[in-house]
Design a protein around this ligand. Sequence first.
Ligand code: CTP
Length: 452
Amino acid sequence: MKKKKIIITYGTYDMLHIGHMNLLERASALGDYLIVGVTDENYDRSRGKLNVSQSTKTRVKAIEALDFVDKVIVETHKKQKAEDMVKYKVDIFAIGDDWVGSFDYLNEFTHVEYLARTKGISSTKLRKENFKPVKLGLVGLGEDTQEFINESDFLSNIIINRIYSKNLNAVKEFTKYNDTVKYGHDNYDEFLDTSINAVYIDSSVSEHYIQIKKALKAGKHVLCETPLALEKNELKELLGLAKKEKKILLMAIKTAFLPAFNQLQQELKNGLIGEIKEVRANRTTLYREKKYSESYISQGATNLLSSYPSLLVNKILGKSKSISFFDQQENGYDISNTIITTHKNNARGISSVATGIKLEDSAIISGTKGYVYIPSPWWLTKEFYFRFEDSQKSYSFKYEFNGTGLRYMIAEFGSLIQRESIKSKMLTPSEMVRINRVSLDYSDSKKIKKEK
Ligand code: CTP
C-alpha cells in the first residue's frame, strides 16, 4: 500500500478567520493527511504573543471541527517542530508566506513549503476591532512604578496615563518628566472619577483594603500587590464586593502568570514524580541594599514576600490543615520567617521569606518517584528540571523570559477585562484567599502572643 502523504502546519489560530481556513485548505490539498499543531497558550506567551484571546482548548476545538483537518496536536516548545517531523514521518511542512525563510532549517527533516497568505485579515486585526483597550490608573508612587509602566508598554491593549499618590509634589514631579503618565492626582475620589476602567495598586499594605474597596465601588477592575487585606473579614468583604460588582480583583503575584510556571503545573499533572509529599520554596530580598525605604521594609518579610512561596505551595499541595511560623524579628517587625504548612496525605510545605538574611531562592517539589528543581530565583521561573533516581530519565524544560516578568501578569489582567471574565484560572479567588491567609494568620499569631 502506498504511504499516505503527510502534511503538517502550525499556528495560534486565535479567533479562527478566513485567512486561517484558506491556508489550511491549501495545505490539505498538498497531500492525504493534514496535521495541525496549535500553539499552547504558555508557549505563545513565552514567545511574546501576550494577548491571544482564546484558550488552547477553544482553539483546538475550532480546528478539530474543520473537515479538511485529520489530526490536531498541541505545540508546547520550540524544538517540537523538528521532533514532530520525525515522529509523524511528515512529507511536507506548510506555513503562510509571512514566515518565508524562518523554517528553512526544517528542510533537513522534510520539505518546507510557504503558501500565499490571505490579504487584509489577521487575528491581531480582529482583536483590535473586537476589544477596547484598557485604561489603567496607577495607585501609589514607589520604587517599582516606572518598571510597571515600562512593562505595560509592551502591551498594545493597555493605556496608562494617570497616577494617584498622597504625595502631591512627588506626583507633580513624576508626571512632569514621564513620557507615558501625564495626569497626576492627590485626591483618590477624583482619580477614580476619571475615565479609567482599572487600577493597579502598589501602595503601602495598610492602605490596600480601603483603596480596593473604593475602586471596586467606583466600578474599576483591581490589580493589587499582596496582601490585599490585613483582616479576615476585610478580605471576605472585598472578594464579595468584587463578585457583586462583577469586577476583577486580582493579586499582583507575577509568578502566577509566567509561562514557565504555568507549564510546570501542566507537566506535573502527568504524575511523573509520583505522589507529591513536600514543596520547599524561599523568597528573600535584601531591600536595604536595594535602597528601599525603611517604611517599606518595616511592613515585614511575611507581608512583603510570603505570597510567592505560598502561591507555589497552594498550587501544588492545595489547602493547608495547619500553619506554623518560625520568625526572626528586629525593630518590631519580621526580617525573616519560616512557614511550615501541613496538607492532605501528610504532605508539607516549607518556605522561608526574608528581608534581613539572604537564602538560596530555589524551589524543590518532591514526590515519591522524583523531584522538580527550579533554580534561583524560582519565582522568575524560566526553567525547571525533572530529576529521578535513574538520572537517564531526567529532563529539563526552558522557556524564553522577557523583561522583568511583569508583562505576563499585566497582559492577563488586561485580557480578562477585555474578555469580560472576572476570574483568572492562573490565580483563582480561593487561591488568593489561601495565600492572603498566611499574612493574616501570622499577624494573628503575633496578636495572641502580645495578649498573653
Ligand atoms: N495565515 C494566512 N493568512 C492570514 C492570516 C494567517 O494564511 N491572513 C496563516 C499564517 O501564515 C499561518 C496560519 O495562518 O500559517 C496561522 O497563523 P496565525 O499566526 O495563527 O494567524 P494570524 O492571523 O497571522 O495571527 P496574529 O495576527 O496573531 O499573528
